[in-house]
Design a binder for this molecule. Structure first.
Ligand code: ADP
Ligand code: MG
Length: 263
């Protein structure tokens, strides 16, 4: 693992539309705002994290595809965003063929880990994973210290979680890492909906301390911000969404510190 990166975190859930990209962008922005150098890796061929951070398709000269498949360096590919301390390794649809192209490569699971090993200048790296437990997600897990799982506050929130936990365990054992699930964060939470409260109670009962205290509320502002290429800290700095992601960032850093003290 690289010396100066303190922590690499995959933001993953194989379900689509649960708030992975929204969490990746805004949590990365929140940590950057606290003065840490942050890199967000867009590992979804949809490129939503790149777009949400205002990186136009033309500005994605070297992408995650080039890093994974052609061995381009992250240093050359990373693009600075409008947010101080926050850079992004952009992606586009090229990335959807990476799986097939790497098929016969023996080291295909470790492409991202190896690329990060020679990357300097960042304290925290977040990886926005695609909605699938495919080769891209395995590359993210293999490169990460931990996984953060956004769960949408709906009836089927926990569905699929056991498969995700199993995959984390398989990667840990097969690739000899210490990968762990750092936490689960409830997203798109609507306090007025009774079901949401039942889901919260259920998730907390099942997963205990794994669940972040911070809950991300459902907020139209959060869904509008990416169409302006802005994080919520720029688009609606004083709103509930911004506050929630700042709180999530603080809670993440606090956990990070307590873990370090333990070891
Ligand atoms: N807290 C929220 N409140 C309202 N809309 C949200 C919230 N989080 C995400 N969304 C919207 O829900 C959709 C799916 O979110 P996204 O972060 O793209 O999920 P994923 O990356 O898991 O597919 C997007 O349109 C996004 O803008
Ligand atoms: Mg996404």
């Amino acid at each position: 693992m690289p010396t100066n990166i303190k922590r690499i975190v995959s933001i993953a859930n194989q379900k689509g539309g649960v708030g992975k990209t929204t969490t990746a962008i805004n949590m990365a922005a929140a940590i950057a705002k606290k003065g840490h150098k942050v890199l967000l890796i867009d590992l979804d061929p949809q490129g939503n994290a790149s777009t949400g951070l205002g990186i136009e398709p033309e500005a994605r000269e070297i992408t995650a595809y080039d890093v994974l498949v052609d061995g381009s360096s992250i240093k050359d590919a990373a693009v600075k965003t409008q947010v101080q301390n926050l850079s992004v390794l952009p992606s586009n649809t090229d990335l959807s063929s990476a799986d097939a192209e790497l098929m016969s490569d023996k080291g295909r699971l470790l492409r991202l880990r190896n690329a990060l090993a020679s990357t300097e200048g960042y304290k925290y790296v977040f990886i926005d994973c695609p909605p699938s437990l495919n080769l891209l997600t395995i590359n993210a897990f293999a490169a990460s210290d931990s996984v953060l799982v956004p769960l949408q506050s709906e009836f089927y929130a926990l569905e699929g979680l056991s498969q995700l936990i199993l995959t984390v365990r398989e990667v840990r054992e097969a690739l000899d890492t210490e990968l762990f699930i750092d936490g689960v964060v409830l997203t798109m939470f609507d306090r007025r909906v009774k079901l949401a409260q039942q889901v919260e109670a259920d998730v907390r009962e099942n997963l205990g301390n794994l669940v972040y205290k911070t809950i991300i509320p459902r907020s139209v502002r959060l869904s509008e911000a990416p169409s302006y290429g802005e994080t919520i800290l720029q688009y609606d700095a004083s709103g509930r969404g911004a506050q929630a992601y700042l709180d999530l960032g603080s809670e993440f850093l606090k956990r990070d510190k307590s873990k370090k003290n333990k070891s």
